[in-house]
Every structure is written in C-alpha cells, then in structure tokens.
Write a protein that binds this ligand. Structure first.
Ligand code: PMP
Length: 286
C-alpha cells in the first residue's frame, strides 16, 4: 500500500481523507503538478515548483508550503514508496470552508489543502510506445480561456481522451479557430524541413515544463525552432509530429485524423529530442 501526503501528514492511502466541503471537490478550485521520477530523482522539479507558484498566484490562492518543503515532501514520498521510475501528483486546493459558497473563503480561516501521491511506472523512460508512436484525432477546443493556469478542471481533457478511445486511437489534439492549441494533456509539435514548430505561449495553452526544456535543448543542439500556430492539415503534411509532457517526455505522433504523418513511423527529430531530453534532465535531476 502506498504512503501518501495529506495536509502535513504521511498516511497509508486508505487512511488519507479530505473534507466533502473541499473546494477542489466541489468547484475544481485547485491547481496541480505532475513531476516525473527517474532513477529515484525528480525531473525538472524547479520548473514544476515555479509553475505551481504562478498558478497559485493567478488564482490568489495561498501556498501551504515553501519550495524547499515541497522538495522535501516529494523526496520523502519517493523514498517511502521506493519509486525508481514514476510520477508524483501534487494538488493544492482552496481548502474546505464550513459550507458551500461561490465566494472565496478568507485564507486566514480556511487554509489551502495539499495532497501528494506517487504512481509507480517502471517503464516510464523505456516506454515501448515511444518506438512506434501514437495515433491521434483532432477535436474542438472548448476549454476556458485560462489554460495557462494548471487547474484540476480536467473534465474536457478527460472527454477528449474518451473521444480518442472511441475512435480507436491514443489521444486528441485540440483545435481553436482552425489552429492546434495542444494535446489533451501535452504540448503539440510538428517538424518540417528540419524545423521544429510549436504554438507560442499564451493563455491558450499550458506552458509545459517539458516544452521549455525541450526547446532549450533543441536550440543548444543547433536545431531550428519556430513558435507559431499550425493547422491540422499542415501537421498531416509535416515530416514528423510529436508531443511533450512530464509523463511522456517526447512522444512521436504517427497519425492524425487517419492520415499518416511522414512514413507513419517515428521520425529522427522526435527520437533525438527524446534522447537528449532524457539524458540532459537526468544529469540535473534532484
Ligand atoms: N498541456 C496540457 C493541457 C497538459 O495537461 C500538460 C501536462 N499536464 C501539458 C501541456 C504538458 O506540460 P508538462 O510538460 O509541464 O507536463
């Protein structure tokens, strides 16, 4: 049985509880982060901690922990659960006031709730799916206008994953005004004539921590990067496509809406970026 962290305590997972009045439960009034673990160490921890702070700030939500406390909790959970490869899920909500009310509670009376748990994924880095790539469909992006804040309001991304499953594929890219925004839980890229193309950062997409690292490594490896919008048709006609996220790292996309991308197998740019990302982020893991 896992040991999880809830509001200051390490507990067996079946003893950890939050209130029915918790605003995360009632109103999706919470933010989260997912950090990967390789060789028992945290990948891109500082990026995730910084984005968490930004998400909290945008929602005027108090953080119950400092960056150093957060790091210590992550490490303690990795150690207690013996995680070599896996994920750590972290959620902070606006706490549990005494009743349900749309107005935010006074943070002095209602402290934020914090929950962390680990997910063991022995195949995270060696994921065999990366060798054959994933197939996706495109769907309309009907999410709210602040996708840069990493909230726990994940109903539409869940519906998107189900639409993909019903279509017999792996995932979905969301499209707004004719342009791809991002994947249901990842950032989206295409490669054309050696150039890596991905939508620029704005409130329309989550500013992926993996995205930032991959674009930095790409620039360091003298690869060309262009941050601009692209359509599904352009993606279908690209040489390669791929996604990035903390749980998939760099994952090739080989089919979009039934059309093969390139020759329908993972391309060299995605494979190289996956390799560089894993190698470089392992070196600086905490
Ligand atoms: N976009 C969305 C909508 C996501 O949910 C995620 C992952 N949570 C990402 C992008 C990728 O972000 P990261 O690289 O920080 O995992």
């Amino acid at each position: 049985m896992r040991t999880v962290y809830v509001n200051g305590e390490y507990l067996p997972e079946n003893e950890a509880k939050v209130s029915i009045f918790d605003r995360g439960f009632l109103m999706a009034d919470g933010v989260y982060e997912v950090t990967s673990v390789l060789d028992g160490k945290l990948i891109d921890f500082d990026g995730h901690a910084a984005r968490l702070e930004r998400s909290l700030g945008e929602l005027e939500m108090a953080s119950p922990v400092t960056r150093d406390e957060l790091l210590a909790i992550h490490r303690e959970l990795v150690s207690r659960n013996g995680i070599d490869q896996g994920l750590i899920y972290l959620q902070i909500t606006r706490g549990a006031p005494a009743d349900r009310d749309f107005a935010f509670p006074d943070p002095d009376e209602t402290p934020s709730s914090i929950v962390l748990f680990t997910q063991n994924k022995p195949d995270l880095a060696g994921n065999p799916v990366a060798r054959k790539g994933i197939r996706i469909i495109s769907i309309e992006d009907v999410r709210w206008g602040r996708r840069d804040i990493k909230t726990v309001q994940l109903l539409y991304p869940s519906m998107g994953k189900m639409m993909a499953r019903k279509a017999g594929v792996d995932d979905a890219w969301m499209v707004q005004d004719g342009y791809v925004t991002e994947g249901t839980s990842n950032n989206a890229y295409i490669v054309k004539d050696g150039k890596i193309i991905t939508r620029e950062r704005s409130n329309d997409i989550l500013h992926g921590i993996t995205r930032a690292a991959v674009l930095r490594f790409a620039a360091e490896a003298q690869m060309q990067v262009e941050e601009r919008n692209f359509t599904v048709a352009e993606a279908q006609a690209a040489d390669e496509a791929f996604i990035t996220s903390a749980s998939t790292f760099v994952m090739p996309v080989v089919e979009i809406d039934g059309t093969q991308v390139g020759d329908g197998t993972p391309g060299p740019v995605a494979a190289r970026l996956r390799e560089i990302y894993l190698e470089e982020s392992r070196k600086v893991a905490l």
